[in-house]
Design a binder for this molecule. Structure first.
Ligand SMILES: *[C@@H]1O[C@H](CO)[C@@H](O)[C@H](O)[C@H]1NC(C)=O
Ligand SMILES: *[C@@H]1O[C@H](CO)[C@@H](O)[C@H](O)[C@H]1NC(C)=O
Ligand SMILES: *[C@@H]1O[C@H](CO)[C@@H](O)[C@H](O)[C@H]1NC(C)=O
Length: 482
C-alpha cells in the first residue's frame, strides 16, 4: 500500500526538476515566528526562520515536518523574506528515529559563517479543524477546534521562538495553557490579545527534530473558536475540458460534490425556521444558502443543473476583459446546505478558444492553457480529476500541469461521429486549495487532414443513412411486389 503522505508528496514538491542538492549544511535559528491563521477548511501557517550559517558555503537549509503536519499540508512554499522567487525544495526523506519528514530548501546564495537569511515558509493545511461540538441545532452557532504541536520542529537549535494563533473572531471559547516549560521561559507561556493567542517567547530550544526532544518535551495545544461561515468542502471535482478547433470553442464542465463539514444538524430540518431566519437576516453560521463561484471571463451559454434538473435560481454576471478578470456565478442550491449535508451539481460553459489558445510556429504546435479548477473560495477540493479532450487526430501531445499530479495519463476518448477518437489527458489530484488554481498547458499538433476528418465523418454518416434508407425502400418495393 502506498502510504498517504507519499501520495501527497508530489503536491508539495514544486521543484522536483532540480537535481539532488548537496548535503545539508549547519545552521542555527536565531529566531522563529510561526503565525497560524485559523479558518474552516483551510488553515494558513506562515513560519519565518531567521537563520545563521555555522559554516562557510552553507546553501541548503533543512525543514522538518512532523507526521501529522505533513498529512495536513497541501501546499508548502519557501521564499526569502521580501522576495518573489520560490526556492527550490525537495524531499530529504523520513527520519525513522525521530519520526520526522525532512525537506531541503536551496537558498538563492550560499552563506559564509555567521551569514544570515530570513526564510519565509508558507503552508496551507487542509482537514485540520473539526466541528466541536460535533452536532448543532438549526439555530445554534458554530465552533471549531484546532490542535497542533507547540514547538516548531527543526533539526537546528533555536534561540527564540514564538507561536501565534489567530482566530477569525475574538470570540475564542478556550485555549490550552501548556505546563512544564520552565526550561524555556520564566514567564506565563501564553497570552491572549483580541483574536490572537501567543505562545512564548521561548528561549534556547535545542534541535527539536529529535526523539530525545519530541517524546518528552513536545506539547500539544488546542484552540476552540467560533467560526461564522459555513465550512465548505468539495469532496469531489470532475472537470472535463473539451477543445474544439472546428467550433473555435473550449467547453468546460464541472461535476461538483459539495459537503458542509460544519457540525451535523441535530434533529430535523425545519423549513419554516429557515425561512424565519432568512427573513430576519439571521442565518446561522453553519448554513450555506448560496455559493459564489469565480468562472473565467467571456463565457457563453452557461448551464447549471442537479439531480432533479435545471436550477433556475442561479445568477451569472459575465466578466469582460480587461476590466473584469472573472465572471461571477451565484449558485443557489435547491435546499440550504445544513451541517453534514451534501449537494451535487453540474456546471458548464463555453469560452472562445482564442482566449486560451496560441500557435507556436517554430514547433508547429498549438498551445492551450486550460484552467485547472473552479475556485470555490475557502474550500478544499478533496479528489479532483481533470480531463482535457483534444481535437480528433491530435498528435505529439505534451502537457505541463502547474503542480505534479498524483497520476496522469493519456487515453483515447471516443464520441459520436469520431473516427479515430480524441486523445484525452487525465490528471488526478488530492486536496487542492486556492493556491492550486493554476493553468495546465497542453501542446499538440493537428495535421491538416485531421481538420477534414470530422466533416468527412459527418458525410460518411449521411451516406450511411442514405444507403440504409435506400435499402429499406428497396425492401419495401420488394414486399409490395409480393
Ligand atoms: C561568528 O560569530 C561569533 C560570535 O558572534 C564569533 O565569535 C566568530 O568569530 C564569528 N566567526 C566568523 C568567521 O566571523
Ligand atoms: C435553465 O434556467 C435558466 C435560468 O437560470 C434559463 O435561462 C434556461 O433557459 C433554463 N434551461 C432549460 C433547459 O430549461
Ligand atoms: C456526504 O458525502 C460523504 C462522502 O463524500 C458521505 O460519506 C456522507 O455520508 C454523505 N452525507 C450524507 C448526509 O449523505
Amino acid at each position: 500500500m502506498v502510504p498517504h503522505w507519499r501520495r501527497r508528496l508530489p503536491l508539495l514538491l514544486l521543484s522536483l526538476l532540480c537535481p539532488s542538492f548537496a548535503s545539508a549544511h549547519s545552521f542555527e535559528n536565531t529566531a522563529i515566528v510561526r503565525t497560524i491563521d485559523l479558518g474552516g477548511s483551510l488553515v494558513h501557517v506562515t513560519t519565518t526562520y531567521a537563520v545563521k550559517a555555522l559554516e562557510d558555503g552553507a546553501g541548503v537549509y533543512t525543514l522538518a515536518l512532523a507526521e501529522r503536519e505533513l498529512k495536513r499540508t497541501s501546499w508548502l512554499e519557501a521564499k526569502i523574506k521580501g522576495q518573489q522567487n520560490i526556492l527550490a525544495m525537495e524531499s530529504a526523506g523520513f527520519d525513522g528515529e525521530s519520526g520526522v519528514y525532512l525537506f531541503s530548501v536551496e537558498l538563492p546564495e550560499t552563506l559564509r559563517t555567521n551569514g544570515t537569511a530570513n526564510l519565509v515558509v508558507e503552508a496551507i493545511e487542509t482537514h485540520a479543524t473539526y466541528p466541536w461540538p460535533e452536532e448543532a441545532g438549526q439555530k445554534d452557532g458554530q465552533s471549531l477546534k484546532y490542535e497542533t504541536d507547540l514547538f516548531v520542529v527543526s533539526p537546528y537549535k533555536t534561540s527564540v521562538e514564538r507561536i501565534k494563533i489567530k482566530s477569525p473572531s475574538p470570540n475564542i471559547l478556550s485555549y490550552s495553557t501548556p505546563e512544564g516549560l520552565d526550561e524555556f521561559t520564566m514567564e506565563i507561556p501564553v497570552t491572549k490579545s483580541g483574536a490572537t493567542i501567543t505562545y512564548g517567547p521561548f528561549s534556547n530550544i535545542p534541535a527539536t527534530a529529535d526523539a530525545t526532544f519530541l517524546k518528552p518535551k513536545q506539547k500539544e495545544v488546542a484552540v476552540h473558536y467560533n467560526y461564522d461561515h459555513p465550512v465548505i468542502e468539495v469532496t469531489e471535482l470532475k472537470r472535463s475540458a473539451e477543445i474544439s478547433h472546428w467550433g473555435a470553442n473550449l467547453n468546460i464542465e464541472d461535476k461538483i460534490h459539495l459537503h458542509n463539514a460544519g457540525p451535523k444538524l441535530k434533529g430535523h430540518f425545519s423549513r419554516l425556521e429557515h425561512q424565519a431566519s432568512t427573513f430576519l437576516g439571521r442565518m446561522p453560521p453553519h448554513v450555506l444558502p448560496s455559493l459564489t463561484l469565480h468562472l473565467p471571463p467571456n463565457i457563453r451559454s452557461p448551464y447549471y443543473y442537479d439531480l432533479i434538473g435545471n436550477v433556475s435560481t442561479s445568477h451569472l454576471r459575465v466578466g469582460h476583459l480587461p476590466a473584469q478578470q472573472s465572471s461571477l456565478l451565484e449558485v443557489r442550491p435547491r435546499y440550504p446546505l445544513m451541517g453534514g449535508w451534501n449537494y451535487s451539481f453540474t456546471l458548464g460553459w463555453d469560452s472562445p478558444l482564442a482566449d486560451y489558445a496560441g500557435y507556436d510556429k517554430s514547433t508547429g504546435k498549438y498551445v492551450i492553457g486550460v484552467p485547472l479548477m473552479t475556485l470555490v473560495p475557502g474550500a478544499v477540493v478533496g479528489d479532483a480529476e481533470v480531463t482535457i479532450i483534444l481535437p480528433e487526430g491530435a498528435t505529439d501531445v505534451d502537457f505541463f500541469p502547474p503542480f505534479t499530479p498524483i497520476q496522469s495519463y493519456v487515453k483515447t476518448h471516443v464520441t459520436y461521429l469520431d473516427t479515430v477518437g480524441r486523445p484525452a489527458i487525465i490528471l488526478e489530484y488530492k486536496d487542492l486549495t486556492t493556491k492550486h488554481a493554476g493553468t495546465v498547458y497542453v501542446m499538440y499538433k493537428v495535421p491538416l487532414s485531421a481538420h477534414l476528418k470530422k466533416p468527412l465523418a459527418v458525410a460518411t454518416a449521411f451516406m450511411g443513412l442514405f444507403v440504409l434508407g435506400f435499402a429499406v425502400r428497396r425492401m419495401d418495393v420488394r414486399i409490395q411486389k409480393k
